[in-house]
Design a protein around this ligand. Structure first.
Ligand code: AP5
Length: 245
């Protein structure tokens, strides 16, 4: 107890005020449970932080979680690495386990954005089981629809800041200083699976294993199609319109 009080005293007043204001604003927001589905490079990771801030949700990106596990060489990371490098999907059991755990975080109290999950019908059914236990349902599934031919340029010129997940693009969303994160000043990196060659496998996995998931939610009446080939601002406007309707 004493140590947590001391920790709070060490936090600058401005940070405490900012957090209080954020919580106050969040109280007036409706709860939302969202899924973002789409092929690699369709813009899920670009739009998620904006939706997260608008609705005070937690952002659960299985790709980011798996990459963190690979980098930390945890048992999960060691199991996931081989499939990820080849652009194949990691086993359902591994990803279902990490999502089940992550959804219990206090930051998910007002709902969540699932980015990159579920990616198979088995994952979608397991998610339904988890939500049923909590007595809640998915509100909307945003389908980031885009032609494959646009994706190679988006993927091969993408740069990311690993610890925050912020992503940039040499042409479409350049950082202020090339190769450097705008916020932290730390170096940007390119993902190992962001090559034209690996993209082919990732797209094949999307069409074969993930497209049936889109149909699954279509039948449940919660699907909304987003024109993901538009500019980032236009996509944001479309997402906001869908979520406020
Ligand atoms: P994951 O990390 O989920 O990758 P992904 O689905 O392939 O998606 P990306 O992160 O590549 O694309 P994005 O849609 O977020 O695009 P972004 O916004 O960055 O998964 C990686 C791997 O992990 C998988 O292959 C698999 O092995 C494993 N995995 C993960 N989840 C799993 C699961 N559930 N089950 C099994 N395995 C799993 O945009 C891309 C670029 O384009 C950026 O540079 C951005 O600046 C730019 N951009 C974005 N929007 C626009 C726009 N509108 N116009 C122009 N440029 C734009």
């Amino acid at each position: 107890m004493a140590s947590s009080v001391a920790t709070l005293e060490d936090i600058p007043s401005v940070d405490i005020m900012t957090e209080l204001l954020r919580r106050f604003k969040c109280n007036s927001k409706p709860d939302k449970r969202l899924i973002l589905v789409g092929p690699p490079g369709s813009g899920k990771g670009t739009q998620s932080p904006i939706i997260k801030d608008d609705y005070c949700l937690c952002h659960l990106a299985t790709g980011d979680m798996l990459r963190a596990a690979v980098a930390a060489e945890t048992p999960l990371g060691i199991k996931a690495k081989e499939a990820m490098v080849k652009g194949e999907l990691v086993s359902d059991d591994l990803v279902v386990g990490i999502i089940d755990e992550a959804m219990k975080k206090p930051s998910c109290e007002k709902g969540f954005i699932l980015d990159g999950f579920p990616r198979t019908l088995v994952q979608a059914q397991k998610l339904d089981e988890m939500l049923e236990k909590q007595g809640v349902k998915i509100d909307k599934v945003l389908d980031f629809a885009i032609d494959d031919s646009i994706l190679e340029e988006r993927i091969t010129d993408r740069w990311i800041h690993p610890s925050s997940g912020r992503s940039y693009h040499t042409k479409f969303a350049p950082p202020k200083v090339p190769g450097v994160d705008d916020v932290s000043g730390e170096p940007l990196i390119q993902r190992k699976d962001d090559t034209a060659e690996v993209l082919k496998s990732r797209l094949a996995a999307f069409h074969k294993q993930t497209e049936p998931v889109i149909d699954y939610y279509g039948k449940k009446g919660v699907l909304a199609h987003i024109h993901a080939e538009k500019t980032p601002n236009e996509v944001t406007a479309e997402v906001q319109k869908v979520l406020s309707s």
